[in-house]
Design a protein around this ligand. Structure first.
Ligand code: ZN
Length: 85
């Protein structure tokens, strides 16, 4: 009998995706499409024309990773020294 507290995901940042109909990157609305035992499917709808512009699959593992892992840093690409004799 575990009283698991359910995390809330209200902090999802609304992102913009390219909408084919609007021919522009539009703010999207995230809609929970399907809930499976080990994953959730999200649908992204254009807030302007309400057409689906993308989908996302979030697994339970992804959620844990997103919480635990720090944001990825862009790797610095170091130019190799091509010094040839
Ligand atoms: Zn649109």
């Amino acid at each position: 009998m575990g009283n698991m507290s359910q995390p809330q995901f209200e902090n999802f940042t609304a992102s913009s995706l390219y909408c084919k109909k609007c021919k522009a990157a539009m703010p999207v609305r995230e809609r929970l499409l399907l809930v499976l035992p080990d994953r959730e499917l999200y649908d992204y709808l254009c807030t302007h024309c309400a057409s689906s512009v993308g989908q996302r699959e979030v697994t339970a593992g992804d959620k844990l990773m997103a919480r635990a892992a720090a944001p990825r840093r862009a790797r610095r690409t170091m130019a190799p020294r091509g010094v040839m004799p």
